[in-house]
Design a protein around this ligand. Structure first.
Ligand code: ATP
Length: 751
């Protein structure tokens, strides 16, 4: 990922010391554009006209249809019904021809639901498994919108911007886009780092309706030559592809800069195969009342990928790889993932020694070579590729039959995306993951991935994970359920780790902790913020009693929510098994409620007395087992208690001692309204500000935020958002006084 201008590349060391010594001469990345002063032209977002055959469908029929279509889930208001054919999308004759030429007979599931939703003007969050055709889902509505607008004039920038985390993905999307733009006489330019900037500038100057870009180079393009190369004043359609990856590792400032350069009433769509819930709040700040379309599980390995996990010693791994190559190489392309650049080069040599023709791909390879390696791999010139996770996202190779995780991925999402390089567009694929005894800490994430994709967990893997948990427990350390590590920050490879670490140093500086010897204490910015909050938790029984909160925030609520989701899925499945028609809504509701109640109470669902009963029981048991869900002892008592009490959860967060802009940020009216809407918690500003050195009297309190809600989860959601905003502001404070993304040219290069 290239987040820095070629011209501005500098070493982290020098950037960091510049920050420490040069705070008085800030180098500003201009982030605020006063959109109210720009006379934007009106534009149209809503093009969708529902065809009569769809209009005639009842709500029940649509529900059944969505269920049939890999159980599409919708959040948000007035989402149109899924379409069944391209014609129903109302695309032009030229587009139909292009779709036919690409052999896209009918819309895939995500396309069927996302296209009408976007075409009716909604902002959208689209979550669907790897290889499910998300690219076309955002391209088609984009082209419709562009074609509706007047042509570009000389100095005008693009009408649509597609932002992606990696250069490879940007190139791939550009290629997909060109399948359609040719006949429409539109121009698309791919703007990405690592290659000469001048050709891209020249292309942009010739005019392009569409820019596909990585964030860093896009910022360069917006700032170079005092903004004369391009601008986003005409941009009405913005796509964030693999959005979660872009927001990770603190790259939000770059992405946000591009986003904030677009007009506020643009249409924004955001797609990924994985979208952790923690990112939701951030997404909702960028999108305007989005509809969320989720196909299948939220972040799961595609069911067309057969997953295998093998516990091996380091020595056994290479032999196993050779065995797998013997088995699969003849059937198609093979992608082997490793953790480090050196390991990729080493394995390349070893395999070549064994007469395998193969290539290596990683961040240390020159961009020009990387492009040709990928192109050869896609065209089948080379059928075996050894890569770091640079190739984990988006890479679409038609006949890729096997993925081998030679080194176990260290992050859940990385595992899902790596496996997703195979089993694409309805084809079957295989993914093998090698894990060593020393990597037991990663087993939890892999188990979670297997479970969520309903794949049997090998007993030895389960054992490895249990042993690890026991060991940690014996050492007094806690291990999060199914997770051996924090989940903060993906790692493409070692170099990214170094960058993430150095970034942390900058974050420490933001908190004024750079001189601290106590590295442990300063390790985690979130912990620092948490300690500054000096948080107080209160649980009020609205009927009277007040007690201090003792439970972990959100724990019970999360568990119940998960159970409810399982119950919902279970109930829908049962209904389908029973083949209920449109008139059976009440009956369906019944099953839903029974399943939900049974699961929430901890019992086994004993559903309708038809054959579905057995199916339901078996599924509920299976899911309980997979969720490791132990039925509770006294469900009835608990229910009684909940009837008699109404709890209110409160948490107070002291914000007095954060820098002024942080305080402003989390106390602004707009922010508070947004957090409240998103979290469903009430937030009030209390106390008063005391400057450094002044202490409040006995009756006074330092400035704090009081969060109140009827659930712990709501309080926690609001608190997370406050923390995130403060953190973002602290980092911004430093980065606006620095180069925004220092990269050390001589030591390493990030993708
Ligand atoms: N309607 C369609 N019919 C048949 N094939 C399609 C259709 N739409 C897209 N494809 C093909 O499906 C493959 C996967 O599409 P795409 O790369 O858009 O998936 P994706 O969901 O973005 O995957 P990832 O999450 O891994 O990036 C591509 O080869 C694409 O050409």
């Amino acid at each position: 990922m290239e987040y820095s201008s070629e011209e501005e590349e500098e070493s982290l060391d020098s950037a960091f010391s510049k920050f420490q010594t040069n705070r008085q001469q800030p180098k500003k990345l201009e982030t605020t554009i006063d959109h109210s002063k720009i006379p934007y032209e009106n534009f149209r977002k809503n093009f969708y006209v529902e065809v009569p055959e769809l209009a005639a469908l009842t709500t029940e029929q649509v529900e059944a249809m969505r269920f049939d279509m890999e159980n599409i889930k919708i959040r948000g208001k007035s989402c149109p019904k899924p379409i069944q054919s391209w014609v129903q999308a109302g695309v032009s004759y030229k587009m139909l021809n292009a779709l036919k030429k690409a052999n896209y007979e009918k819309p895939t599931v995500i396309q069927a639901q996302a296209i009408p939703a976007i075409m009716s003007g909604h902002d959208l969050i689209g979550i669907a498994k790897t290889g499910s055709g998300k690219t076309v889902a955002f391209l088609l509505p984009m082209l419709r919108q562009i074609m509706d607008q007047r042509p570009l004039e000389d100095t005008e920038g693009p009408i649509a911007v597609i932002m992606t985390p990696t250069r490879e993905l940007a190139l791939q999307i550009t290629k997909e886009c060109k399948k359609f733009t040719k006949s429409l006489k539109l121009h698309v330019v791919c703007v990405y780092g690592g290659t000469g900037i001048s050709e891209q500038i020249a292309e942009l100057k010739r005019g392009a309706e569409i820019i596909v870009c990585t964030p860093g180079r896009m910022i360069d393009m917006l700032t170079v030559n005092n903004g004369r190369v391009t601008n986003l004043r005409r941009c009405t359609y913005l796509v964030l592809d693999e959005a979660d990856r872009m927001f990770d590792m603190g790259f939000e400032p770059q992405v946000m800069h591009v986003i904030n350069s677009c007009r506020p009433d643009r249409q924004t769509v955001l797609f990924s195969a994985t979208f952790p819930r923690q990112m939701e709040a951030l997404a909702r700040r960028i999108l305007n009342k989005p509809v969320e379309v989720q196909v299948g599980g939220r972040s799961v390995v595609c069911s067309d990928v057969k997953q295998q996990v093998l516990i091996l010693t380091e020595e056994q791994k290479f032999l196993k790889l050779l065995e797998l190559l013997g088995q699969y190489q003849e059937k198609g392309a093979v992608l082997v993932f490793v953790d480090k650049q050196e390991r990729a080069d080493y394995l390349l040599k070893e395999l070549m020694d064994k007469s395998y023709s193969c290539m290596a791909l990683h961040g240390g390879i020159d961009q020009y070579d990387r492009d040709s390696i990928i192109s050869d791999f896609k065209r089948g010139v080379n059928q075996l590729l050894i890569a770091t996770s640079v190739a984990a996202r988006g890479l679409d190779v038609k006949n890729l039959i096997l993925v081998v995780n030679f080194n176990c991925p260290n992050h859940y999402e990385d595992y899902v995306h790596r496996c997703g390089r195979t089993g694409r567009a309805g084809n079957k694929g295989f993914a093998y993951t090698f894990i060593t005894q020393d990597q037991a800490r990663y087993a939890g994430e892999i188990i979670k991935a297997l479970e969520l994709s309903l794949t049997k967990v090998p007993p030895d893997l389960e054992m490895l994970w249990n042993q690890f948990k026991e060991e940690q427990k014996a050492q007094g350390k806690s291990v999060k359920s199914n997770s051996g590590f924090t989940g903060r920050g993906f790692k493409f490879d070692e170099t990214e780790y170094v960058i993430a670490k150095e970034r942390k140093q900058i974050q420490k500086a933001a908190l004024g902790l750079q001189d601290s010897d106590d590295d442990e204490a300063a390790e985690d910015i979130d912990e620092q913020i948490e300690s500054m909050f000096n948080s107080k938790k209160i649980v009020k029984d609205v009927l009277g009693s007040i007690s201090n909160a003792t439970t972990a925030p959100g724990a019970g609520v999360n568990a119940n929510k998960a159970k409810l989701d399982v119950a919902k899925r279970l109930a829908s499945k049962i209904n389908m098994q029973r083949n209920l028609g449109a008139g059976a809504q009440s009956n369906k509701q019944d099953v839903m409620q029974q399943a939900a109640t049974a699961l929430m109470k901890g019992g086994v669902f004993t559903g309708p007395k038809v054959s579905a009963k057995t199916i339901a029981e078996q599924m509920a048991e299976k899911i309980n087992l997979k969720l490791n869900y132990v039925p509770q002892e006294k469900p009835d008592e608990e229910e009684d208690e909940s009837k008699n009490s109404l709890k209110r959860y409160e948490e107070e967060l002291e914000i007095n001692d954060f820098p002024q802009t942080c305080r402003w940020k989390v106390t602004s009216k707009d922010t508070l309204v947004q957090i409240s809407e998103y979290s469903e918690a009430g937030i009030t500003i209390r106390g008063q500000y005391f400057p450094k050195g002044k202490q409040p009297g006995e009756e006074d309190r330092k400035l704090y935020l009081a969060i109140e809600a009827v659930s712990e989860l709501a309080v926690q959601k609001a608190k997370n958002e406050v923390t995130r905003l403060i953190k973002e502001e602290l980092i911004r404070l430093v980065s606006t006084q620095n180069s925004y993304q220092p990269v050390n040219k001589s030591r390493y290069k990030v993708l």
